[in-house]
Design a protein around this ligand. Sequence first.
Ligand code: HOZ
Length: 438
Amino acid sequence: MEPNIKSATSRNDALFERAKKLIPGGVNSPVRAFKAVGGTPRFIQRAQGAYFWDADGQRYIDYIGSWGPMILGHGHPAVLEAVQKAVLEGFSYGAPTEREVEMAEEIVKLVPSIEMVRLVSSGTEATMSVIRLARGATGRNKIIKFEGCYHGHSDALLVKAGSGLATFGSPTSAGVPPEVVQHTLVLEYNHIAQIEEAFALHGKDIACLMIEPIAGNMNFVRASVPFIKRCRELCTEYGALLVFDEVMTGFRVALGGAQSVYAKHIPGFKPDMTALGKVIGGGMPMAAFGGSRAVMENLAPIGGVYQAGTLSGNPVATACGLATLREIQKPGFYEALAERTRNLVSGLTQAANQAGVPFCGDSEGGMFGFFLLESLPQNYGQVMKTDSPAFNRFFHAMLDSGVYYAPALYEAGFVSAAHTDEDIAATVDAAARFFKSC
Ligand code: HOZ
């Protein structure tokens, strides 16, 4: 661990000032601006393995991994080789390639609920397209989502809870007309009675229920097994599609995604549709959505639901994604990743407990979360009770010690195969120093 890293260093400051003149907030995605935690964002210059270095040459143990994709760590040799070879063959053709077929074959092989798949370029595109497809396939307009689940920034999904079950949500973003979200019903995560009531009221009009099965956009909150089971039963009963947003959890929490975790507890469990992203691109812009053949064949050019993209199935992105998918299928990969991630969470919990600081955490595969609370929250309202000034102090203390967590308490964390036991121990030591000083 490199000691005494300053909170804000000159080149990061200078770059932030330059960026703010031309880029709204100085960043191309809001959370990167450090607005929630304060201070100057680090401008990253390079990355290798479990680390990245900022514009002042300071090294950080990276626990965001590009917000999930970098499951192998940065610069994995097999991925680099595949990308370098692909780049020499051309960046983009706008015509089909063999690697897209290979990519589809891999996804269908690894995720049993997916019989057909379409590649797109971002998680937002995947979830947005799934909604259109669900509406087109069912001939219904209404959709259910859950408070605290983030499904990208398309209009219909930028919506907060309405005042009751009979009312629909209101936009969370300026620029989203209320009419656009009038069909989006927002319910409380893990609240079985609410979904039952919603289906009883609107069931015949509901096209799909979309859920992050392990919500990574309110830190890390699992849907309970009974809750997922009830979602499945109600969707089946009313003819709505159950959509798992596995942009974050797909190939991250297990080789078969979060759905394979729930299938261990619910015999025969499958969602109807799945949105994927992040790990399948290995750090390149790639995402996908897929599901049953019957539903997927509603997509153009076979069916009447339109969806397209110039960079969809991009040859460099598919090379990167395929190389990544091949590495994660090696024996023992997820066992080792999950153990290291568990060690991180238990180490942090122990360090906090020894200092009398309230702390709890959870993990699945290479994804984790923690809260400065006595017990794990079950929904967004409980997550909101977290003491954010305390999180911000923790975040900056860790940053100063060379550990980079997500700069907002609503985000999950990610461990890669490149993180070593020493990295975990150094992280826990840094946290222990902070907790003792509280
Ligand atoms: N969608 C991410 C937050 N859950 C942020 C992505 C980014 O800033 O790169």
